[in-house]
Design a protein around this ligand. Sequence first.
Ligand code: NIG
Ligand code: FE
Length: 417
Amino acid sequence: MSNRHDTPDVRRREDTNCTGEGNDGASFVITGIGELCDGTGSPPAENMAMVVESGRIAWVGPETNLPEASGAALLDVDGRAVIPGFVDSHTHLVFAGDRAREWEARMAGHPYGAGGIVRTVEATRAATTQELSRRAAGLAAEALAGGTTTIEVKSGYGLDVANEARLVRVAATLTDEVTFLGGHVVPPEYAGRSDDYVSLVCGQMLESCRSQCRWIDVFCEEGAFDADQAKAVLEAGREAGLGLRVHANQLRHGPGASLAVAVGAASVDHCTHLADSDVEALAGSSTVATLLPAAEFSTRSAYPDGRRLLDAGVRLALATDCNPGTSFTTSMSFVVALAVRELGMTVAEALHAATGGGADALRRDDIGRLQQGKRADFSVLDAPSVSWIAYRPGVPLVSAVFRLGELVAGTSPGLHP
Ligand code: NIG
Ligand code: FE
């Protein structure tokens, strides 16, 4: 894979912010794409080219049809595969401490319980804002280097007014897709008074967080919040102008998935234990089912049935759920590999769910697909075909990451002079 043409001016931007805002974006023509996945779910296409103008995709198609582009810089990727930037629509990046011991115990056979969240809450409350920012920025940079060009970040390890407000402020320095998750679990000081805690979440806590957020989320599960409480949180969020997301049906069957559909949530996440009626409701709705198989991997539990959902016509996304308890990974490549190996999804379906599907889960039509007019957010793989993402699990194949046409992470022979 040698360089056959002049390299364009693809200077690397040294930032970890996942928004790319305030950046006019680069212009160049990219040729020699061995295989391109456009994030729409169509099969990958061979021998492709793409024209990037001011950070947007101006044209994409077979290289033989490439329009005349006078004077445009040429970037030849010499047979490498190109995929849309991953859209990781579910992370909990802002926290302190780790739960490696708990994970080790699980690997030795202990079951997961939502109670571990409280240990991370203790560590997070005790940490300085500077420390929280430094760690979250490190994880965001790790995600970006792995090809994630849009990331959603939740609060949920503060669980009091001051700490939740602190977490959403930190999250807002990393992304525009910030989610208020005051309704994660009931903190110890409210034990036995969960309705009082729900009132706090819907009142003062939401008021202190809403300006930094686009979304509200709630964990509707036994051990967290019941359907009435979850509904109250979601309705308060909607009233405050936020979009709705739900954590549900992770550990056992429950009312969360049907609630998410009933309230018109953008996404219901986990969906590991679904009744046929939940699947039917999802299929007839605009709510995306976001599967998080790295959580099942790290809790040593049964995976969701991606095949069943796809066959029923449910719209799917895949995300990492990056958090210290159930899924300490930022790697969307790993999630795609798990989806292919364990959820019954083809590589094309998994890549679609990790890119265009994630965009749908965030109700974004400017990202996740390599089509004319969308943002030029994409990755070049050190591989000749996109299936290598799953075929070579654990190998860092994402060699160059572009956001708005700017090289933001990685290097690759042929991409630098
Ligand atoms: O999405 N399910 C709830 N929340 C996280 C787990 C958080 C934790 O264990 O710290 C999740 O898996
Ligand atoms: Fe989660």
